[in-house]
Design a protein around this ligand. Sequence first.
Ligand SMILES: Cc1ncc(COP(=O)(O)O)c(C=O)c1O
Length: 453
Amino acid sequence: MADSTFNTDMVNKSSKKRSGSSDDQWDQLAATKKHHTMNKIPPPHMEDPAAALSNARHEFGEHGGVNMSIEASATFTVMEPETMRRMFNGELGPDRDFFIYSRHFNPTVLNLGRLMAALEGTEAAYCTASGMSAISSVLLQLCSSGGHVVASRTLYGGTHALLTHFLPRACNITTSFVDIRDHELVRKEIVEGKTKVLYFEAMSNPTLTVANIPELSRIAHDKGVTVVVDNTFAPMVLSPARLGADVVVHSISKYISGGADIIAGAVCGPASLVNSMMDLHQGALMLLGPTMNPKVAFELSERLPHLGLRMKEHCHRALVYATRMKKLGLKVIYPGLEDHPDHALITTIANKDYGYGGILCVDMETEENANRLMNLLQNCTQFGFMAVSLGYYETLMSCSGSSTSSEMNAEEKALAGISPGLVRMSVGYSGTLEQKWSQFEKALSRMQDLKAK
Ligand SMILES: Cc1ncc(COP(=O)(O)O)c(C=O)c1O
C-alpha cells in the first residue's frame, strides 16, 4: 500500500457513495458535504497541547450535529469495481475518504487519531484496543528478529515483562535495561546498527522518575536509534514529541479516558511510521489487528476536550497532598516537591500551568504497613479505592511491588527503586480537596493509634 495514505492534515471530503473515477466528480461530492467539518488553521508553533487540540479539525455529524456521527461499519461500499483495486493499490486512501475495512482505517477511529496527534504534536496517530497493543505493535514494527532495545529499568510491569520474556522468546528481540538518569550508560548500551529503539516512560510507573527527553533523544538520534516514549502518566504535562522523541505511546485507558471504563491505546508518530504499521503486507497494526471499536473512539473523542481541565485538578490536588503528607513526616515521592531528584528537570521541560502530574507515592517501607494504610483509607474513611490503574476521578491506590510491578523479580524491583511498601496513589478530583484531606488525616491517625496499642 502506498505511503501517502495518512496524515493529520487529511482533507475531509466526505461522500456517501464514493467513486474513484475523476477528481471533478470528487470535488462536486465534496462540495455537497462541506458543512461537515471545520478546518482551523493551526499557527506554526502550537506548543500548548490544549491549544493544539482546539486547533485540530472539528468533525461535525452527518446532519450538522455538533458531534461527529459514528461510522459503525466494518466494511465500505464502492460505486465501481475499479475503485476497489485502486484502494488496495494505495492510490485511493482515507486522505480522500476512501475506506476499505475498519481493521485498516475507520473514519471515527481516525478522527480520534487526529486528536491524539494534535495532543502529542505528531504528524499522525493510530488508536488501538489497549496500551499494551500500541506498545507491542510499535516495537515489533521497529525491531526485526535479532534487533535490540535499550530500555529504562523502571517501566510498567507489563512492558517490562514484554521486553524481558515475550519478545526474546517469540521474536528474538533483546533488551538492555538501564538507569535512564545515567546518560553515559545509555550511550554505552546502544549498539550501533543493532539497537533499534530507546524506550522509556516520560514519567515512570511507579517511581515517578522524569526522563530528560531532549538529552536522551539527542543521544539516540546521534546513533540512528528511534526514541519511543510512553506518556501514559503525564498527558498534557509532558509532550515527548515536542521535546525531541520520535514516537509517543499511550495507555488511553488511564487519564485520557478518565472514566476507568475503557481499555484503549495509541501510537503517535511520523506519518511514515503509522503508514508502515498499516501496510497490508508488513504492518504490525494491520496484521496483528488490535483495532479500536468506532463506538469506543467516539466516546473517547468526547473526553479529550476536557483532559486539560482534569489534568490541572489531578495535578493541583497531588501537589497539595504531597506537600502536606511530607509535612506530616511521610516519605513522599512526587516530582512537584523540591526534594525530588527530577524537580528542576520537570520544571524546565513541562508544559506551563498543568503541574507536575497526578500521581504521588508514599513509601510505607513494608507491604504490611502499606496494606494497613490502604485498608483504612478505603474501608474506614472513604479517601479512595484499592485498585490498580490511574486517571480516574476517584483516588486509586495500589501497592506497586505486589500488583502492577509484580512481573519484576525482587532484584529488578530493587534496581528500579520499588520498595515493598510503596503505595502509588492516583489522586482523584471528586469531592472537595479539604473533605478528602481530612479523610486521609483520619486514616493516618487511626493507623498511628492502632500501632500505639
Ligand atoms: C505506563 C503504562 N503503560 C502502558 C500500560 C498498559 O496499558 P493498557 O492497560 O491500556 O494495555 C499501563 C497499564 O497499566 C501503564 O501503566
